[in-house]
Design a binder for this molecule. Structure first.
Ligand code: NDP
Length: 315
């Protein structure tokens, strides 16, 4: 018996089973979906494909000696990419639901910072300030760090709306509507000009603490930060200092070094910080199922697997 092992969150097993069991057997009649709910697999050598999430039961990949692909159900792979037992190819999740959800989140919070909504929300009753007119979106410079599946999509949505969008990635990009930078000098340029900075980088050794005191000081006075990427991208003490000095006007933070964010963390009480609960976007199983089936079909037919992780780069 050969199989596809579901090693995701147990609460989603029935959903994925409903979406995948029949189409998998249509791909190949002996391809059955197995649930790893109890952490045990009787014949790991028969597992050809693994559907993996870091909040699922799988920790040791070593017994899966014939597994051709580990398909992550999450976009972020930092919790698995360094697992020393992982010798199988790893693909990250790229799907339309994740992209659309992230676009909603970023668009909403870019708009909030752009319109200075928190100023009016926090103003005392009776405060009437008719001179606080925001610029037009086309005159608002938004910078996106990370122009991958999410950052590139979100940046293009912001540009289509009319924002002045620039972005930064490791490799050079040519994305309609986005002025693209790469390399260290490119990051300097992007940071210096961006009034709203959106972090959509993966967590890797190269991106950890990328937003520190020096980078914050480069941002224009009054700039805002939105971080739906990973908490480790930001040096928290440096951000708090920049918020307290007023150099950074506000931060919308969805991800943190420790999650849930501890109750005593200064972010919770800071008047210019909005904390959201790692909800910027999630994998939508109905879209993820299409991606999973496509990648397994590709593997069965010897075609190129999509969204393979570069283990050296860490994403
Ligand atoms: P991708 O791998 O598609 O894109 C990553 C981007 O970051 C690429 O443009 C890449 O450059 C760039 N990058 C990586 N390392 C560097 C570096 N050292 N210097 C410059 N650029 C770099 O990832 P996704 O867009 O799918 O996801 C991004 C992150 O979003 C995830 O890793 C995850 O942490 C986070 N996320 C958060 C969610 C939430 O709910 N808060 C939900 C989903 C994801 P290049 O294109 O040149 O390779």
């Amino acid at each position: 018996m050969t199989g596809v092992l579901y090693a995701g969150r147990s609460a989603q097993w029935e959903t994925y089973r409903g979406l995948l069991a029949e189409p998998l057997s249509a791909l190949r009649p002996d391809l059955s979906l197995i649930n790893m709910s109890d952490g045990q697999v009787s014949a790991p050598e028969d597992v050809e494909y693994i559907l993996y999430a870091p909040d699922g039961p799988l920790v040791d990949f070593a017994p899966f000696i014939n597994t051709k692909l580990v398909q992550s159900l999450w976009a972020g792979v930092e919790r698995v990419v360094g697992n020393p037992s992982l010798n199988q190819p790893l693909a990250r999740m790229v799907e339309d639901g994740l992209r659309l959800g992230m676009a909603d989140y970023v668009m909403g919070h870019v708009m909030r910072h752009h319109l200075d909504s928190d100023y009016f929300a926090q103003a005392a009753a009776g405060t009437w300030d008719p001179h606080r007119v925001p610029p037009l979106a086309r005159d608002r410079r938004v910078g996106i760090l990370g122009l991958g599946a999410l950052g590139g999509f979100v940046g293009q949505k912001l540009a289509q709306y009319g924002f002045n969008v620039a972005g930064w990635s490791r490799s050079a990009k040519n994305l309609t509507g986005i002025t693209s930078y790469h390399g260290d000098a490119g990051l300097d340029q992007l940071i210096r000009q961006s009034e709203i900075v959106v972090l959509l980088l993966p967590r890797t050794a190269a991106t950890e603490n990328i937003i520190d005191a020096a980078r914050l000081a480069q941002m224009p006075r009054g700039a805002a930060i939105i971080n739906p990427g990973r908490g480790q991208l930001i040096n928290d003490a440096d951000l708090l200092a920049a918020l307290n000095s007023g150099h950074i006007s506000g931060a919308t933070l969805d991800v943190f070094r420790t999650e849930p964010l501890p109750a005593q963390h200064p972010y919770w009480a800071h008047p210019n910080v909005l904390v959201t609960s790692h909800i910027a976007s999630v994998t939508r199983p109905e879209h993820a199922a299409e991606v999973i089936l496509d990648n397994i079909a590709r593997s069965l037919e010897g075609r190129e697997i999509l969204n393979l992780v570069d283990r050296d780069a860490g994403y």
